[in-house]
Structures are given as structure tokens and as C-alpha cells.
Ligand binder design. Sequence first.
Ligand code: ZN
Length: 590
Amino acid sequence: MGRIPDEIVQQVRDRVDIVDLVGRFVSLKKSGHNHKGLCPFHSEKTPSFNVHSERQSFYCFGCHASGNVFTFLMNAENLTFPEAVRSLARECGIEIPETASGEPGLAERLRAANEFAQARYRAALEVVDSPGAAYLKRRGLDASLIERFGLGFAPEGWDFLTRELSANKISAEVAERAGLLATRTSGGHYDRLRGRVTFPIRDVRGHVIGFGGRALSDDDQPKYLNTPESPIFHKREAFFGFPRALEPIRRSGFAVVVEGYFDLIALCRAGIEGCVASCGTALSEEHGRQLRRRTREVVLQFDGDEAGQRAMQRSLEILLPHGLRVRAAALPAGDDPDSFLAREGAEALRELVEQAPPAFDRVIARAVAAGCATPWQKADAVGAVAPLLALVSDRVERAALCDQLALAVGAEAGDVTAAVRTAARDGDAAGEIPLKARVSSSDERKLRGLARSLLDHPVLAARVPRDEVLALVPVRALNSLLAALLDAARAAGESRLDVEQIASSLEDDARQLLHALAVEESQLDEGSAARTIDDTLAWLRQRHVRERQRELTRQMRSEGADMLSLLQEKQQQLEERRTVHRQPPSGSAT
Ligand SMILES: [Zn+2]
């Protein structure tokens, strides 16, 4: 791979502002010379992530992640050093000579395929008599809204995009990994989205990472179809509405979460800008974390009917443990934001959302509405709300809510508090999957990628030094899964792995992981699986060296330390670190 000249690396580094870059991933507050926020690389509730704008560096006191703009992007988007440089260079208009830029990595090629598809879908909407344009017009969207959200159209037929890609020499395999194409059993590819209006889903930096597609008629099922997960599209953390919602969220201090793409557009038409929608999935833990890094307060917009109410409560269960304050904006039953906007006007919709009451008002009102005249009914009403109250992490807030519930139900505040405490204990006992214990989600993703590659291509197990890797993998579930996969792969030789047989040897958490990997839609091709394995091994080793360095530094500070041997080891570690770097990030050292 060609090397990017140092002076270009330097130029990019000078041009990019680290506060601006990091600010797209987490909300930062100025404090002295630093900007502070919640760490994007580990889970936390009080900010220990510091960005220093003069030094253009960051450091986390929690997980000790540190570095400059390049390191940040490498970690945040799982890129190699050259990929991070290229990505930032493009953003600030610095050209990198072709010969120096080397082969683009998979992530970059996936993004390029998506950007290409986006341009083709946009063009297909502009064609005279485009059925997509007619549909959007029927839904009352004008040209400026269509432009603003980048809506497009995937024509009927099976090979619109397939042909366009091939005419432009973009590999069908790459487009397939991006989720744009699917494979025919007879060989060859076909378009995944057909006869649908397309919604580009972007990451916080504005890259298209996936698409949502809406059928033109309600008779076409499914009504919504999204492109599948890919190495750059993780539905558990993706939001439609990024990155344009970021600034309004920062300004207003709250984020509005809606259920669908058109809901979001309706709210935007009413002048509500800080709005996001999950992409065809329910809200996840990771979504909760994404929101908490950017704001303290969330408004959930949902339908006023029974199903909407239940969905709202489920979202509360996800958001409360992150310390988010949640308000609930309910539409009248039978309305969606579109119909409400059409009937009541923009002002009314804006008021409904901006003046939304705390979600607990609604939850408590609902429990009380079920009746609380008899002792049994009172107990049921408290029992229905207690598990949610137990998730409120702020003690003062929780105590006040207990009082509110007690008053509404007509029970003693002390008894309600006791019920909430019991619910909290029960919740803890049920326990979380220990998987998330000590690794960040991006670390976890890398390790999952390793397991995934072995699962798809057991012959590659030969590349993996079993004992070394098992010593380095920190998560118990992943560790036992990798051990089982490596052993099974060695035994299987050329043949495929028997997932159920491996599963039967595993404990619950590792088995869940295995099944999650086994149901992922697309398959890795052997080349990228091999690359994933090599990259992950290199990363694991670097991580180990870094940790050992920190440990040595700590020992040196302690009394009676054998300085000479510690220094020698430290030196040796540094040498090793140099050799395990895939490419020395020259010019990027901090
Ligand atoms: Zn951290």
C-alpha cells in the first residue's frame, strides 16, 4: 500500500478541528482549556472524556483512550490510519495523489457504493413521470423537502442499480456487502430495493451508510424495507436524521425520537429540527447511549393508541437507565404526525412536541386509569409502574416520582418507595449479559468480526494463534466462543461448521452471541474475512502492549520499584509495539 506523504498528513491535521470532529459524536462542554463530554469509547454517566483544542488531542480518564484527530476517527469509525487520513482530507478538500493513497479499504468502498446508489436514486426521482415523484407529491412533499432529505427512487425491475453499478465499474460484490444488491441462487445479482421511495441513512459525518425504502402502495408488503446491516451500517445505533439533527439538538437541549421516516419529515415541516428515527428496529441500548452522549433530555413522539403506548413504555425501559429525562408527546389515537399536521397546523404540532409532559405523568395516569379503588387495584397500579421507576438513576428524581405515584394511587409514599426498591433488586438479579462488562461497543464489534470471519470461513483458523488470542480477548463470552470456533474449525477442515453442535457446548451468553452471528444476513467473502482476522489480531496485540505499558508506568511510580528492569521491559514493549503497527502513523504521533 502506498504511503501518504507526511506533509499531507500534517496539512490535514492542521486543517481539521478536533473539537468540531469529536463534537459530531458527543456533546462537548467547554471547561477551562478543555472540552468535556461522555466518552464515545466506553460506557459512562459522568463525563471523563477531554478534548484539548490547542493541543488537538483527546484523552479519557475512564478508559485511557487518547490520541489526535486520526486516532479518534480510527476508533470511532473502525478505520485504518490511511483511511482516516483520506476521509478527513476529503472533508477539508485536500487532495491526496492517487499513487500515494493506496487501495481504499472495505469501509470506504462500501461508502462509495452507497454514495453512488444515492446519486442514481436521486436521478431516478427526477425523471419525467417518475412514479416515486408522483407518490411524494401525493404525500404533500415539495421539492425543497425532497432535496433536504435526499429522497430518491429505486425503480421497478430487478436490475436498475445492478446495471448502473456495472456500467460504472463498481464491483457487485462490494455493492452486495453494502446491502444494495442481493445474490441470485443461480448466480449474479439483483437490486434489493425496487419500486420504492428511498431514504438515505447517514452517519454523523454525513456519509450514506444504508437506505430505507417505502413501497408506493400499501398493498405492497413489506411497506418499509431497509438495506441490511453491513460493516458500516449498524441498525442498533443508526438514526435517520443524522447529521442534520445534531446542531438543533445541541441548541434546544433535547432530542425528539419518532418511529418513522415520514413522521420525522412531518415534524421537520412543523419546524422541529432536532429529530431522529431508528431505522426499522426498536430503540436499542446503543441508541440510548448515542442519545445520552448528545443530550440530557428526550421527547418520545408516539401514537396515542394502545400499541403506541406500549411502544413508548418499551422505549422508556431503554432510555431511563442511561440517565435520560424523557418526555412523551402523544398524538390523538388514529393520528400520525402527517394527518395531525394537515388538520391542526404546524403551530399545534410544534406545541404538542415542545410542551410534551414528562413521560411518567402519562405512565402513572395510565396505571391509575386501570382503576385503584380496591387494595388489589392499588397494588396492581403500583406494581405496573414500579419497574420503570426503578430504572430512574437519579435518587432525588426517583423519590419525587414515588411521591407522585403514591399520591395518584392513594397509597403511602413509604410503601411505594419500598415496592420500587424491590423492583430494582429484582431487575438487578435478572442481570445483564456480562458481555458488555468492560469493552466498548467498537471493541466488541471488532471481536465479533473475528468470530464472524471464522464462522464463515473455518479454513482461516490456521491464521489464528489460538492460545495467544485467547489470552488477549477480554470478554468471557467472546473468549469461550472463539475457543469453541477455533477448535471446531480445526476439526472441520474444509467442511462447514455445525453451528448447533458448537452451540451445545457453550454457556448461555456465548451461545447467544453465536446465534446472533449465525443469523446475520450477508456472508463475508474469504478475502475480507482474512483481512478482518489479520486486522483484529494486530489490534489485539497493540491493545495488549498499550495496557502493559500503562501497568509498567503505574509500577514505576510505586515505592521500591525495580526501575532498571521495568525500564528495560518498557523499552522492549515499545519495540514490539512498533513492529505490530500495520503502518506507522507517521506525522500523527502525539
Ligand atoms: Zn473512555
